[in-house]
Design a protein around this ligand. Structure first.
Ligand code: DX5
Ligand code: ZN
Length: 234
């Protein structure tokens, strides 16, 4: 399977949580493709964010307002299985988790797919890709972390580019329909080299929400347009 259409996935970790629905509506109206929903538990990662209740409220708001975009739930929690059905019921389209956070990676992947969602594994900067070896048939997305998980606004770790290239080869060799996502420190300035390494799904938090260009609903259109122009060069 060759590279898929590029998706820009704003991380709502950098949105204003007091007006989350509006921020999501505006960033999608500005041309973004996916809502990246970061779930942290102050156990697997040293930070605490949002859970299924917020996902459900956001999903209901999006439906009511006609905002059409998949919700990409990035679980940074341990364990993962207990919470998977809750996110599926709350409207998640993709659910990804870190293999170190599950005792039974294959079971967790199966559980996500049985709940009707797309499933994915997330690889920290120091995590080996070996986890992929026996589960490629149960994977819809592979997420490469280009920062250590837990916080927005960190610097991109360049070794992630080599990892992306390796995963791109694995996906192509498998012939499977799998998205390759990057998360952490992605901005207009580096998105082209990330794309050149084989990525097709680009999470960006501070790189998008920190760049509003106006007060209106399309206030993120400049930064998203700039990202698209960079992607066109790659
Ligand atoms: C970090 C999260 C990221 C984070 C990215 O653990 O998984 O999604 O929000 O933020 P930026 O793009 O600011 O690095
Ligand atoms: Zn994330």
């Amino acid at each position: 399977m060759s590279k898929k259409e590029n998706w820009i996935a704003p991380s709502i970790l950098s949105a204003d949580f007091a007006q989350l629905g509006k921020d999501v509506k505006d960033v999608i109206a500005s041309g973004a493709d996916v809502v990246h929903f970061d779930v942290m538990d102050n156990h697997y990662v040293p930070n605490l964010t949002i859970g299924p209740l917020v996902c459900e409220s956001l999903k209901n708001f999006m439906d009511k307002e006609g905002v059409k975009a998949p919700i990409d739930v990035h679980l940074m929690v341990k364990p993962v299985d207990r919470i998977i059905p809750d996110f599926a019921s709350a409207g998640a389209d993709y659910i990804t988790f870190h293999p170190e956070a599950s005792e039974h990676v294959d079971r967790s992947l199966q559980l996500i797919q049985a709940e009707g969602c797309k499933a994915g594994l997330v690889f920290n900067p120091a995590t080996s890709l070996n986890y992929l070896e026996h589960v490629m048939d149960k994977i819809d997305m592979i997420l490469i972390m280009s920062v250590n998980p837990g916080f927005g606004g960190q610097a991109f770790i360049p070794q992630a580019l080599e990892k992306l290239k390796a995963v791109r080869q694995m996906i192509d060799a498998s012939g499977r329909d799998i998205r390759l996502e990057i998360d952490g420190g992605v901005k207009v300035e580096n998105i082209a080299e990330v794309a050149a390494a084989g990525c097709d799904t680009f999470v960006s938090g501070s790189g998008i929400f920190g760049k509003a260009n106006a007060a209106d609903a399309n206030r993120y259109d400049t930064v998203i347009q700039q990202m698209r122009e960079e992607l066109a060069k790659a």
